[in-house]
Design a protein around this ligand. Structure first.
Ligand SMILES: Nc1ncnc2c1ncn2[C@@H]1O[C@H](COP(=O)(O)OP(=O)(O)OP(=O)(O)O)[C@@H](O)[C@H]1O
Ligand SMILES: [Mg+2]
Length: 242
């Protein structure tokens, strides 16, 4: 298979495959924060993030959501439907954390009455600003009103489904980010779902996700490994970290 590098982001490389309508997502071991200002390489992170993403995309698929997931090739490759990515970060929140505490006078950790959805423009130069329906549909015309409503409703439904999924694994889902893409006039869940794009707290409040890295809490890879154990188990850990 002749593969061509289509794009490289901070944590993934996107290659073409022998099928025109599919891409190969290669998960790197890189970890970054603050729009790439902070950057490190953690051995095994690509494996953990690809595996967790593959597992969670399959949870979404089995609940009837359209995602880009096609196949997982261990240790760190996902084959996905090729999407025209929509430059929005669509955030679902169950619990107050992160940037929400800077906009609303609520303490981190407070449970919201019901899941909420927020839209951020995917633009590192502007530091991914929060934007509203008017900016998205009328000014930038990134998506139309019907599409934005579809994204809002799916994020809220995904919030509830993943909340239950993680509760069953004794983990609290605080919030998460989804990137959507277009294919044949339909909108699919694309990109990734793992410790880089979700906040997950253990039963005792221990942070398991990328906030360990952002806040210099140490044991970053250990948090991701714990997440992997709760979702997948022990399988494959020895080969990578043994
Ligand atoms: N199914 C898909 N088809 C095409 N592109 C995809 C798909 N899923 C994810 N991507 C894109 O892959 C790129 C690489 O991912 P990565 O997370 O490394 O990028 P990033 O650093 O977040 O940001 P940027 O998009 O600015 O490069 C992203 O642009 C993402 O939108
Ligand atoms: Mg990304």
């Amino acid at each position: 298979m002749i593969m061509k590098l289509l794009t490289e982001g901070k944590t993934k490389k996107v290659f073409s495959t022998s099928k025109d309508d599919e891409v190969l997502l290669f998960f790197k071991d890189d970890i970054t924060a603050f729009d790439g200002v902070k950057h490190d390489v953690l051995k095994g992170k690509g494996f953990l993030n690809a595996s967790i993403s593959a597992a969670l995309f399959q949870v979404l698929e089995s609940n009837g959501f359209k995602t880009h997931f096609v196949d997982f090739i261990p240790p760190n490759i996902i084959i996905a439907k090729k999407l025209q990515m929509i430059p929005l970060e669509v955030v679902g929140r169950n619990i107050v954390a992160g940037s929400l505490t800077k906009r609303i006078p609520l303490e981190p950790g407070i449970k919201l009455n019901s899941p909420i959805c927020e839209f951020f423009l995917k633009d590192d130069n502007l530091h991914d600003p929060l934007i509203n329906d008017e900016h998205i549909c009328n000014v930038l015309q990134i998506v139309n009103h019907e599409e934005i409503e579809y994204m809002r409703q799916t994020v809220k439904k995904i919030c509830k489904i993943l909340d239950k999924y993680f509760n069953d694994r004794k983990i609290t889902l605080v919030d998460f980010k989804i990137e959507y893409g277009r294919l044949d006039d339909q909108i699919y869940v694309g990109d990734e779902l793992n410790g880089d794009s979700m906040r997950l707290w253990d039963a005792d409040g221990k942070i398991l996700d990328k906030d360990r890295y952002r806040k210099d809490l140490g044991d970053v890879i250990e948090g991701y490994i714990e997440m992997y154990r709760r979702i997948i188990g022990e399988e494959g850990l020895d080969e990578i970290f043994g």
